[in-house]
Write a protein that binds this ligand. Structure first.
Ligand code: 2P0
Length: 326
């Protein structure tokens, strides 16, 4: 028996990924840059054993079937191929945050899976190889292998750590605006955008210089420069979706209200900036000192159900509890 357990943290993109250059390899059409979050993580244990008669995947205590199981088995198949193994695996994965809220779980989930499966199969400890494997399952997962600020450069197979958490310790407050799964999954949404939106080409052309400037603002620890770039990246991404036919709309009245609340905070002198992903929740970056005020403002905004306060998270970790190599 060969067993390993990995923990990876979720991430939020400050420069967004939306669209694929290569669907087969799952290579993004734009570069992206994210912050890894301390408050949301996935822990996954993988065991390879001769006694197993099929792969069994348990996600948050429930056996996964259908496409959810298939995505996990595709990662296991690649690991088996690389390690020259034929044993089936058991995978047990749990999130420390509710997946039903539509907050990203594939990023931390596939990062933890890639790390645990590689270690359980006896493959070398190689975070970049694990990041590349995670990317093939879900591109944002490539970034969750690393802590702090992390880039997935255009054409890159694995993510790159830009700077660690201590370099520029920002906070992120999630305004949860709905409990329940999102309507359009990211993979389908970005493909529909590419195929039908006249704004998709502009998005793909605009994203690289914004991502470069986001990186420079982080390296120079400049929140006043970073914030407007983060908002611009998110809104250009959503504009490309609004131009799809039919449109993909992730905004709810509460999302708009939260965005307006952030603008008011700024007018009153608080450096707070919003971003949004493939769901109606609004995520706000600010300094650690302003976190409590920003969270309280968001909680008093109509339609905001609750807030989650996050700081920057660490590198993913993996522990191998090996038996005999086979
Ligand atoms: C991001 N998102 O950069 C962007 C912003 C959502 C909006 O990455 O198709 O689950 O599995 O590679 O990574 C969510 O999409 O997509 C995502 P696939 P993924 O965080």
């Amino acid at each position: 028996m060969n067993r390993a357990t990995a923990t990876a943290h979720s991430n939020i993109a400050l420069a967004k990924y939306w669209g694929k250059a290569d669907r087969e390899l799952n290579l993004p059409a734009v570069p992206s840059l994210s912050m890894t979050l301390d408050a949301m993580s996935t822990t996954t244990t993988v065991v390879f054993d001769d006694a197993f008669e099929s792969d069994v995947v348990v996600l948050n205590g429930h056996e996964a079937l259908g496409s959810a199981r298939q995505r996990v088995c595709a990662v296991l198949d690649r690991v088996r191929q690389l390690a020259g193994r034929r044993q089936y695996a058991s995978v047990s994965s749990s999130n420390n945050f509710p997946t039903a809220a539509g907050l990203a779980s594939s990023a931390s989930g596939f990062a933890a899976l890639a790390l645990a499966a590689r270690a359980a199969a006896g493959l070398p400890d190689d975070p970049h190889a694990a990041s590349s494997m995670a990317r093939q399952a879900s591109a944002s997962a490539a970034r969750s292998v690393f802590g702090g600020y992390v880039a997935l450069d255009l054409g890159a197979h694995s993510a790159r750590k830009v700077v660690g958490a201590l370099h520029f310790p920002l906070s992120l407050v999630v305004a949860v605006t709905r409990e329940g799964a999102k309507e359009t999954g990211s993979t389908d949404g970005m493909e529909h955008t590419r195929a039908t939106s006249p704004y998709y080409a502009s998005w793909v052309a605009s994203a690289p210089p914004i991502c470069d400037q986001v990186e420079q603002a982080i390296v120079s620890r400049d929140l006043e420069r970073l914030g407007p770039l983060v908002e611009h990246s998110a809104l250009l991404m959503h504009a490309s979706m609004l131009g799809a036919n039919p449109a993909i709309t992730y905004f709810s009245p509460a999302s708009i209200a939260a965005i307006e609340a952030v603008k008011k905070l700024r007018q009153a002198g608080t450096l707070a900036y919003f971003t949004m992903d493939a769901g109606p929740h609004v995520k706000v970056i600010c300094t650690p000192a302003d976190t409590t005020r920003v969270a309280a403002t968001l909680r008093s905004t109509p339609g905001v159900l609750r807030t989650i306060e996050c700081k920057l998270g660490p590198d993913a970790t993996v522990t191998r509890e090996g038996g005999v190599e086979s």
